[in-house]
Design a binder for this molecule. Structure first.
Ligand code: IVH
Length: 680
């Protein structure tokens, strides 16, 4: 390409457009939970931007999504930053009586009767941060620190996908010259669990709870590590705003945050009486286990900013807000034993058996121990009194041993030298902290049982839980997961407490499972390292089990996001004659092993035969990108309106084409309607 000024100009326009589109799709995905393009399409846009930036470094701008994963600068320490307004903490209340007292104290500041409005929010258990935007661009992210001085963690903050690098521009509303917003960075409970599992495999130190894991991830010296942790954010406070809108209440601030492209917690309520507040708090407490993030209470704030100002602070705590703390989900109990289970992959994992104890409404009698190193790190002995913590509806962790409670009767625990199920020697993977059963044939019963169960669960045979599949295995009805399809009604009904109805129900579920999409089948096979997501990529690429079976490592690793390790694992799997026999058996039983070739094609061309005409200016698409999108879905894009036009998409300032469409009675779509249509 030659570097004429026009070319440069066109290129920098393209860069701006790509940034705009990527940020928009990011917003749809991370903020609205409502993506309108596929990952593949997103990746293509991202790659294009990256390529331009590589060949034209002068076009790299700070708000480019490629800058999210900061270049590792091997930061030694985080710079200190002073918060223009201190980041406060919150007083606590633990009962309704406490809350009434807090309310009464606040009312004393107002002579006569005053109507309060309260906002009730979840108290998210993460790490608070302050984000500063200048002219709409993120310029700084800082931790709370001691409230006055925090640390500059801008590079790490940028890796959080739900933090906009640039604020969304609002029609008719000025972009504030400077705005500082505050919120809580957290790691979802399931991501916390996955992270701990991965750390355990590598023999690294685990995080005790989601909060620590968020803090640890955010304060990484290498932003690439932060980027690999799926952190998220909820905004809850306005720090300050300069030359922008007048925001007068907390509810307005939250609404404004959403307009600017931030996430706020759902179900935040405005209450007018303390009774309403109490109900909201109870609601959050009741929902605590079903949320995908950890909360340790509810925050009650007075809605009106003037009221807030008047009330001011006591020490570090505002009088206008308080935290209604929920009971801690920790308890002490005794470690009775450590049991060992052998998983389908052969990994041998310890599990703590506890003296049953109540934690936050459930009886806890087990805790995860992950691996041998974790037992060592905790200096755990059988008989120890331990502190157990439960987050969300997760299996609890042992946080620490209460040394002072030792009696001298505690005993050491050793991981077994032989597999407790089949007696084969165990071996520790030198690279990881994991112990394995070395029996790779089909006669380690625990491995097979776990494998069968994994298969039935992944294939959606809900009725075939662990207990039932184990029973079938122990009765000798099945030797492997493919045998599930050979089960006969007489076999099932021959078992005690197994009626006809149950047998029919299970057989129907088994039969139905034969038609699952290829991705589900691939995940169900239990190939090491191939979970649902990898299985989907493989299915999309290969479309049939036969083709995947014939693929080489290179062919598999070529798929974006697949990696050599996963590719090797797949090839190893199919190199094993026993696995091949298993897969053949599935085929013989009539299990579907391919996805219809053209289904993809058809479903992605839903507009074939339709003619669209675009007119006016669209907010979130350039003319070219809208046309591309329509054509990719099979539509024809016309330049003038006629009676053959199916839809006219009318953006802002549409002129004669719109009028003509109206005259001809042609269906007119707004940008929102267009968006919805292309999404469906
Ligand atoms: S408001 C003056 N709102 O709780 C206002 N804080 O114990 C101070 N937190 O440092 C913060 N969710 O890290 C507020 N909805 C929420 C919150 C929240 C979690 C954290 C925050 C703060 C701590 C105070």
């Amino acid at each position: 390409m030659n570097h004429t000024p026009e070319n440069e100009d066109a290129l920098s326009r393209r860069v701006a457009e790509l940034i705009h589109r990527l940020e928009y799709h990011n917003y749809r995905y991370y903020i609205l939970d409502d993506p309108i393009i596929s990952d593949v399409e997103y990746d293509a846009l991202y790659r294009e931007l990256k390529q331009i930036e590589e060949s034209h470094p002068e076009l790299i701008s700070d708000d480019s999504p490629t800058r999210r994963v900061g270049v590792s600068t091997a930061q030694t320490d985080f710079a200190k930053v002073r918060h223009p307004y201190p980041m406060l903490s919150l007083s606590n209340v633990f009962s309704m009586e406490d809350l009434v007292r807090w309310d009464t104290a606040a009312r004393k500041f107002f002579p006569g009767k005053v109507d309060f409005e309260y906002v009730v929010e979840p108290k998210i258990d993460g790490l608070s941060v302050a984000l500063t935007y200048e002219d709409g661009v993120l310029v700084r992210g800082a931790t709370r620190g001691d409230g006055t001085i925090g640390e500059d963690i801008t590079l790490n903050i940028k890796t959080i996908k739900s933090v906009p690098l640039k604020l969304r521009q609002l029609e008719g509303k000025p972009v504030p010259r400077r705005i500082e917003v505050r919120g809580e960075v957290y790691l979802a409970i399931k991501d916390f669990e996955t992270l701990n599992r991965e750390l355990a495999e590598k023999g690294e130190k685990l995080f005790a709870n989601p909060r620590n894991s968020a803090a640890g991830s955010l304060r990484q010296k290498d932003p690439a590590i932060s980027a690999s942790r799926p952190l998220s954010i909820f905004l809850y406070n306005l720090g300050y705003i300069e030359d922008g809108l007048e925001i007068q209440t907390q509810t307005q601030a939250l609404e404004y945050f959403r307009e600017l492209g931030f996430r706020t917690a759902k179900d935040i309520k405005l209450c007018r009486t303390l009774e309403e507040v109490e109900n909201c708090v109870r609601d959050w407490l009741a929902r605590r286990d079903s949320l995908d993030f950890e909360i340790d209470g509810a925050v009650i704030k007075l809605n009106d900013f003037k009221t807030q100002e008047l009330l001011g602070y006591v020490g570090r705590d505002p009088r206008w807000a308080t935290a209604y703390k929920f009971p801690a989900r920790e308890a002490t109990t005794v470690l009775k034993a450590i049991t060992i289970s052998v998983r389908r992959t052969g990994s041998i994992t310890p599990k703590a058996v506890l003296e049953p104890v109540q934690i936050g409404g459930t009886t806890v009698q087990n805790a995860t121990l992950f691996n041998e190193d974790e037992i060592r790190r905790l200096h755990l002995k059988i008989g120890d009194t331990v502190l157990v913590k439960r987050a969300g509806d997760v299996i609890p962790n042992i946080v620490k041993v209460l040394d002072e409670r030792r009696t001298g009767n505690e005993t050491d625990f050793e991981m077994p030298k032989n597999c407790p199920s089949c007696g084969f020697p165990t071996r520790r993977d030198p690279e990881y902290a994991v112990l394995y059963c070395t029996n790779n044939s089909f006669d380690c019963p625990d491995r097979i049982r776990d494998w069968i169960n994994h298969f039935t669960q992944t294939m959606g045979m809900e009725g075939l839980g662990v207990k039932i599949t184990n029973r079938f295995y122990d009765e000798g009805f099945i030797r492997d997961f493919a045998d599930i399809y050979s089960l006969k009604k007489e076999q099932l009904t021959s078992l005690e407490r197994f009626g006809e109805r149950l047998a029919d129900k299970l057989l129907a579920q088994i039969e139905e499972s034969k038609q699952r999409p290829l991705s589900q089948l691939l995940a169900a096979l239990g190939i090491e390292g191939i979970g649902q997501k990898a299985a989907e990529m493989l299915a999309q690429h290969f479309k049939s089990l036969a083709r995947l079976r014939a693929a080489t490592i290179d062919e598999i690793a070529e798929i974006k996001g697949m990696g050599k390790v996963a590719a090797q694992s797949i090839v190893d799997f199919f190199a094993n004659a026993r696995n091949v026999a298993l897969v053949d058996k599935l085929l013989a039983f009539g299990v579907r092993t391919s996805d219809p070739e053209d289904s993809d094609e058809k479903s992605s061309k839903p507009f074939s035969g339709m003619t669209f005409v675009l007119t006016g200016k669209l907010l979130n698409y350039t003319r070219q990108s809208a046309e591309e999108l329509l054509k990719r879905k099979g539509a024809t894009v016309g330049s003038s309106v006629s009676k053959n036009t199916t839809y006219v998409v009318a953006g802002e300032d549409s002129g004669s084409k719109l009028a003509k469409a109206q005259a001809l009675g042609i269906k007119i779509l707004s940008e929102q309607e267009f968006e919805k249509l292309v999404k469906d």
